[in-house]
Design a protein around this ligand. Structure first.
Ligand SMILES: Nc1ncnc2c1ncn2[C@@H]1O[C@H](COP(=O)(O)OP(=O)(O)OP(=O)(O)O)[C@@H](O)[C@H]1O
Length: 601
């Protein structure tokens, strides 16, 4: 991403689309690197993981010592009929197995909390990252898919860590230990029994990327399904009003079929290991049996040793069989991690640039210098725009639908950076302001009011934390200073009126009132209202106008409105259309420009 303080530099447009195929070979997933990154998410549980590994080692070593003791008993005590020796060995075995039982219990307990800690840390990290990312990221990704990544994909990683990792490492310990015993009892026979395992290793390495891809496809389609559900739930009123349930049902059906097919694909891929691993275990046992009997007949081997040997072959190939199932879980977890890591690797393209000297000293609160802007789809919305907003004045921005008014306002509030040129606040590049300073100076009331569940008080205090300890009476007194208290009468229970996330219990106009109060309470130097009163009755609108008039004299106001009566008192009117922002002069001239534009289109 090009990051230059030079205001003429052209900025590359960052791709935030998580579902765009990534063809960069350097970014191909690497299992080991992924595991190392995941390890960091264990936080305080890293020590417990080491304890669990220790417990696994103890139980594996104890379990592995069984067959060698059994072989020794057969060759030394049973064949010589020394039954007291057999009893001693049985006692030793019992103690060993009891310790192994304790170690197994401990690992299980430790791993449960390790998995949950990882889930907790991962979800926090992804959610935290989402809070840092710019509007462009949310424009390019579907909410349902993001929710699926935070919920489902982190859960897949947790499942591996809490359920499979310990079995995984225990199987590897058992397998390596049994392999060492096999080679040390008889190297030639041991080597012969391990050949099928080597072939398995090659097979697993070759097949694993494919299995991981199948799982990634499945997760992607689960994200798609989640997006469909989210979209239809958000639009349920339109669906009912237009009686087009069939439309969303069809889209859901398509997403569901895709998810079903990819789930079958992932299931087939995940199950491919099991039979192949099982088959290789049988081949190894047959090899040992045939070769071992041949060696006994040649006098090179004993029956006791062959029995121990067969037990170790089982001890070697049983964990491998288990690994087959666990390997599939590992691939699922890695595919989940890849999707989570994609979010975590995103960087905001709106970072704060180092503080710089003022570029201009013309006294304007905000100015555009040769600003050019295009959305990531490449469509240019503003071409080389220059404008200046002076302290204490009211500016109206009018223009046809889709002309670029909201985009202009978004650039003023730094929801996006210009692709070329500079936006200046008090003569300094807007990008050099810390977000907290910028948002304290610039209040932006969006076209679509955003509320979250809680009460009106909670929603008003969002972004106004300095009043959070105020009682309702004190808060009303503060609101009264800006004449905002009169607006509370529009709500049944004043500040304590509940707000639901869906926001259905309050009207759109009421929502606009809440976000209006929230923004004015911050006393910004520049207040931008984007169609902020479009759904408010004319009496209340008059109230808002008085509130705006009574704002401190130095407050600069930017009003975007389709209703021309709301802008008749503006000091300056700008006409925004086809990439240009022009001074319209009088209201009459602005109306003529609008009418002319309508006739043209
Ligand atoms: N996130 C986006 N991604 C791509 N294109 C966008 C995006 N937002 C807006 N546009 C496009 O930019 C152009 C200007 O949109 P903008 O919302 O700024 O217009 P507007 O004048 O505010 O319209 P309205 O009066 O309807 O609110 C439109 O053609 C629109 O399709």
């Amino acid at each position: 991403m090009c990051r230059s303080i030079n205001h003429n530099a052209v900025q590359a447009i960052m791709n935030y689309n998580l579902n765009k195929p990534n063809n960069d070979p350097s970014k191909k997933p690497k299992s080991w690197a992924a595991l190392k990154k995941l390890y960091q998410f264990l936080g305080a549980e890293q020590k417990n993981l080491l304890r669990a590994f220790l417990a696994v080692m103890v139980s594996s070593v104890l379990n592995l010592s069984g067959p060698v003791l059994a072989g020794y008993t057969i060759d030394h005590y049973i064949q010589n009929k020394q039954y007291s020796g057999v009893l001693v060995i049985c006692g030793i075995l019992l103690v060993m197995y009891l310790i192994a039982f304790g170690a197994n219990y401990l690992q299980g307990r430790l791993m449960g909390s390790i998995g949950q800690r990882m889930l907790y840390n991962l979800r926090n990290a992804v959610f935290g990252k989402l809070q840092e990312l710019p509007v462009a990221f949310f424009n390019q990704n579907k909410t349902g898919d993001l929710i699926s990544r935070i919920n489902n994909d982190t859960e897949k990683v947790n499942q591996f860590f809490s359920q499979s990792l310990i079995q995984f490492s225990s199987s590897i310990f058992m397998m390596v230990g049994a392999g060492i015993f096999l080679l040390s009892i008889n190297f030639r026979l041991g080597a012969a029994s391990l050949v099928p395992a080597l072939l398995l290793l090659v097979f697993t390495r070759l097949i694993s990327p494919w299995v991981r891809r199948r799982n990634a496809d499945n997760m992607k389609s689960t994200g798609g399904l989640s997006s469909e559900i989210q979209e239809s739930l958000n639009n349920f009123k339109v669906i009912i009003a237009f009686n087009r349930r069939d439309y969303f049902r069809k889209r859901f059906e398509e997403a569901n079929v895709k998810n079903y097919k990819t789930a079958i694909g992932a299931g087939l891929a995940n199950n491919i290991f099991m039979p192949v691993f099982g088959f290789s275990a049988h081949i190894a046992q047959m090899t040992v049996l045939v070769y071992g009997i041949y060696m006994i007949s040649a006098g090179d081997f004993t029956v006791g040793l062959l029995i121990s040997f067969l037990a170790y072959v089982t001890n070697f190939y049983n964990p491998i069989r288990q690994l087959a199932a666990l390997w599939a879980n590992f691939q699922v977890a890695l595919a989940g991690w890849d999707r989570i890591a994609e979010i975590l690797s995103m960087e905001s393209n709106l970072e704060t640039l180092p503080a710089a000297k003022s570029i201009t000293g013309n006294g304007a609160v905000l100015s555009f210098q040769d600003v050019h802007f295009a959305y990531p789809d490449g469509k240019a919305v503003l071409h080389h725009v220059n404008l200046q907003l002076e302290r204490g004045k009211t500016y109206a921005f009018v223009g046809p639908t889709g002309g670029g008014k909201t985009t202009t306002a978004s650039l003023m509030a730094r929801l996006y950076d210009p692709t070329q040129g500079t936006v200046l606040l008090h003569g300094k590049d807007l990008r050099t302001y810390e977000p907290s300073e910028r948002s304290a100076k610039i209040g932006f009331i969006l076209q679509e009011p955003f509320l979250f569940s809680g009460t009106i008080r909670d929603n008003i205090l969002y972004g106004n934390e300095q009043y959070k300890d105020h009682s309702n009476e004190q808060l009303i007194a503060v609101l009264g200073e800006s004449n905002l208290d009169s607006l509370l009468s529009r709500f049944e229970n004043g500040l304590e009126t509940p707000v639901l996330a869906s926001g259905d219990a309050i009207s759109l106009g009421q929502k606009q009132l809440i976000v209006f109060i929230r923004a004015i309470l911050r006393k910004p130097e520049l207040l931008i209202l984007d169609e902020a009163t479009a759904n408010i009755d004319t009496v209340t609108e008059q109230l808002l106008e008085n509130i705006l008039k009574n704002l401190p004299a130095e407050t600069t106001r930017v009003i975007i409105a389709h209703r021309l009566n709301t802008i008749e008192n503006a000091d300056e009117i700008y006409f925004v259309n086809a990439g240009e922002v022009q001074r319209a002069g009088s209201l009459d001239h602005a109306v003529n420009m609008l009418l002319h534009e309508k006739r043209e289109s």
